[in-house]
Design a protein around this ligand. Structure first.
Ligand SMILES: C[S@@+](CC[C@H](N)C(=O)[O-])C[C@H]1O[C@@H](n2cnc3c(N)ncnc32)[C@H](O)[C@@H]1O
Length: 231
């Protein structure tokens, strides 16, 4: 099995040496002000009891038949999501429709929480690891947010609401699951009320390229990648 999926050990991301290297890189790439702002946000989350830390999933309670096809939990940061949304907006050359944001493989709820804070009217996350879903619920509650929901489900069993406007994948699973998710989405497409865009962060398979219109792909200085699509 490839190291990107369920058996990947991501626990090094919580170690002090890793955090220090990220801090130094942020200082170099983004400057002191932006780095201090990020640290301030982390301290704020800590005081609220919010936890978005990286976590392996192979020892968690996973729902459904695709237990061996998912990736470890790595949470999206506010800055990264903001960058992605801004880049998509520039690509389509109009303001984003911020009606409904859905994150397939939503972990501890970081992306759905940030998306709500960045102006989406409603956000929904679908997560198959029970412990991560429960942590997402706690995080949402700790921040007192409304219209942010975490659903405990395998992504292949989730039916998108018709008012969907943005779909987010942050390298959640391999092509086996992605193929099923995309085929469900294509079957529902005619019911959708809005133009729907997709952001695929750190893409690890090419399934979306078969189904959707690729608008652009970007590699960021951090090493993160993103693909932008119109459904
Ligand atoms: C890389 S993390 C992304 C977390 C979140 N999207 C974020 O950006 O903060 C991938 C997540 O997908 C979840 N996942 C993997 N396979 C899944 C499946 N079949 N259905 C639902 N969630 C899945 C994992 O448990 C993990 O939490």
């Amino acid at each position: 099995m490839r190291a990107t999926h369920t058996n990947a050990d991501m626990s090094h991301e919580n170690k002090l040496y890793y955090k220090t290297s990220i801090f130094l890189k942020s200082l170099r790439d983004n400057g002191l002000f932006s780095t201090l702002r990020k640290i301030g946000q982390r301290i704020f989350y800590k005081t609220k009891g919010v936890d978005f830390s990286t976590q392996n999933i192979y020892d968690l309670t996973r729902k459904g038949e695709h237990q061996e096809h998912g990736t470890a939990l790595v949470s999206t940061s506010t800055d990264f999501l903001q960058q992605l949304l801004g880049d998509l907006e520039k690509l389509i050359d109009k303001p984003l429709n911020k009606r409904l944001f859905v994150d397939f493989g939503s972990g501890k709820g970081a992306a759905i929480i940030h998306a709500r804070e960045l102006g989406f009217q409603r956000t929904i996350g679908v997560e198959f690891a029970k412990e991560l879903h429960e942590r997402a619920i706690q995080n949402i509650k700790a921040l007192g947010l409304s219209h942010v929901d975490s659903i405990y489900e395998d992504a292949t069993n989730y039916k998108l609401p018709n008012d969907i406007s943005l779909i987010y994948f942050f390298n959640p699973f391999d092509e086996v699951v992605m193929q099923k998710v995309m085929s469900n989405i294509m079957q529902q497409k005619s019911n959708f009320e809005n133009d729907v865009y997709i952001i695929y962060g750190n893409a690890s398979c090419s399934v979306l390229k078969e189904h959707c219109q690729l608008l652009d792909e970007t590699v960021y200085t951090s090493g993160a990648k993103a693909e932008f699509y119109k459904l």
